[in-house]
Ligand binder design. Structure first.
Ligand code: G3H
Length: 538
């Protein structure tokens, strides 16, 4: 393994032709329908993948993007605010059918960029080829499902309600300017699971790609420009302090859609001068626990815990980040886990069947090593051969046992390839862990006794937002609600929920009089309003 790690990075000539990459010089940003040419400072982007050169290992240069300042950020904000025009703009007053048409045009353009974007995803964040393709395809599916969900929502809203002598038509209306920021681990999918619903419901968008994962969005700039009216989608790049703080402080951001840390979310929310006006949709930290009961079917449980904790190197908010295993089966569980872990392949993202790839966050190997050392100093051992060894950005997963509350890894979200294991005797131990945790996203229970599982489900559903039985934690299917309690989330996302969080129920109502009925009837019959209308899309 050590030899493999030493030789993990190759020479440029050994990279398959279809995966070679030329620098992407993104020298513009989208504002008010123009791709504005940037002549200021740029951020250089380097891949987490090193390439062997004559002078040693060098991180592959991927390109550059504009490092905008407060001035441009505020200009871009003006574009989004003008396009919304207090709800009078073309986009917020478009019919649902017109907005769907624009999104469909965008999807058609986006599909043409699949191979390019998948390749950039591999180079920028080192998702395996299979997972990068999955992220792209899942995003397309999400958009298509969103269109279908909107059609259904619109069909249901196209009728009038008569209640207690009042006639009403209730629809969902947009909120204003939405600032969308996604995370590096799903830079496309998670950004678009907020951007697309916010957009299709009539809001205008300020979109800042995550710090790692900017360039993969470059091929979409033209598609955004060509598919939507001016100022409806705008992009910004740069340091959060410089470009995001002024936006929030301006008070003109109506919705903050942010997936990242609660620390940053809190800072951003506090910057808004009227916090009561700001609506937030947040996906934050999680420390999902796996609870392995005494009677768990070990072969399948180990497999599920392995993918649950280590797929994409553990860099999923939904990853299993700590395992509580009953003391009677702990030895067998660990030995099977080590065996199964040995089957994971380590390498570059484009290599066949690879699982363990370079980590994109700067200083991540050092951070993980620090967590391991802290655990060792407090009594844990690395249980698997070569666990925790690394070469630059490639870090071989470590199984840590016995883990206790004295260790940082017991509390901190590692967001990386460390699997901490705690042995328990009494089921109250993992239940108390979940209860005392500042996070409340999901949990997984592994076992066979339906009575015992039922006894655990009931206290857990009031601590987290999804309890998985004999299955890893995960977001999908995307029609299921995705959220969390405590410091893990604010607002619920799913294909249909997302349409709701970026809108507000608004109605037109009138007392049931002959005059009012005639007014409504004429407006509807002569199609004088897009809101007050019985039209629907099949
Ligand atoms: O990083 C958090 C993602 O929403 C997790 O999604 O469970 O489909 O990997 P996933």
């Amino acid at each position: 393994m050590r030899n493999l790690l030493n030789e993990i990075f190759s020479e440029e000539s050994e990279i398959p032709n279809e995966n070679k990459i030329l620098p992407i010089n993104q020298d513009g940003y989208l504002s008010a329908g123009e791709i504005v040419k940037w002549s200021g400072e740029f951020e250089s982007v380097y891949s987490p993948i090193y390439v062997k050169s004559q002078s040693g290992l060098e991180r592959k240069y991927l390109g550059k993007y504009p490092l905008m300042s407060e001035k441009e950020a505020l200009e871009v904000l003006n574009a989004a605010v003008s396009a919304y025009d207090s709800g009078k703009g073309i986009w917020p007053t478009f019919s649902v059918a017109e907005r769907i048409k624009c999104v469909e045009a965008f999807v058609a353009e986006m599909k043409k960029q699949r191979d390019l974007m998948v390749n950039i995803l591999m180079w920028e964040i080192c998702k395996t080829l299979q997972d990068a393709q999955k992220e792209f395809d899942r995003t397309i599916d999400y958009i298509v499902d969103t269109i279908d969900a909107l059609k259904e929502l619109d069909r249901n809203a196209s009728r009038f309600v008569i209640e207690k002598g009042i006639i009403g038509q209730i629809r969902r209306a947009p909120l204003g300017v939405v600032l969308c920021m996604g995370p590096f681990n799903y830079p496309l999918n998670e950004t678009f699971t907020t951007l697309i619903p916010a957009l299709i419901m009539g809001n205008t968008i300020m979109f800042k790609p995550p710090k790692i994962g900017v360039l993969l969005h470059s091929p979409l700039l033209k598609a955004f420009q060509n598919s939507f009216p001016k100022g409806v989608v705008n992009t910004i790049y740069g340091e959060g302090e410089k470009v995001i703080a002024p936006l929030m402080k301006s008070g003109r951001i109506d919705v903050l859609a942010f997936i990242g840390s609660s620390r940053v979310a809190d800072i951003l929310k506090k910057q808004h001068p009227k916090p009561h006006r700001l609506k937030s949709v947040l996906g934050l930290e999680a420390k999902n626990a796996g609870i392995i009961l005494k009677d768990a079917v070990l072969s399948s449980t180990v497999k599920e815990c392995l993918i649950g904790s280590l797929s994409y190197n553990g860099q999923r908010c939904t990853a299993l980040k700590i395992l509580f295993v009953h003391e009677d089966i702990i030895d067998e569980f660990i030995s099977l886990f080590i065996k199964e872990l040995g089957s994971l392949e380590i390498g570059m993202p484009w290599e066949k069947n690879v699982n363990i790839t370079p980590l994109p966050e700067p200083g991540k190997s050092e951070y993980l090593t620090n967590l391991i050392n802290d655990a060792i100093n407090n009594g844990a051992k690395i249980m698997n051969p070569n666990g925790g060894t690394f070469n630059q950005t490639v870090f071989y997963p470590a199984i840590l046992y016995p883990v206790s509350a004295a260790m940082k890894i017991y509390h901190e979200e590692q967001f990386g390839p460390i699997v901490p294991i705690v042995a328990y005797k009494n089921i109250e131990t993992p239940l108390k862990y979940v209860q005392d945790s500042p996070y409340g996203q999901q949990v997984s229970i592994f076992g066979q006794d339906y009575k015992q599982i039922a006894n655990i489900i009931d206290p857990l559903v009031n601590q987290v937002c999804r309890v998985n039985i004999n299955s890893q934690c995960q977001r999908g299917p995307d029609t299921f609600p995705f959220t969390g309690r405590k410091d893990s989330a604010e607002g619920t996302l799913s294909v249909s929920d997302a349409l709701k969080v970026f809108t507000i129920r608004t109605l037109v109502a009138a007392k049931d009089t002959d005059l009012n009925k005639s007014i409504i009837d004429l407006i509807v019959r002569e199609r004088k309003s897009k809101f007050l209308s019985t039209d629907f899309i099949l």
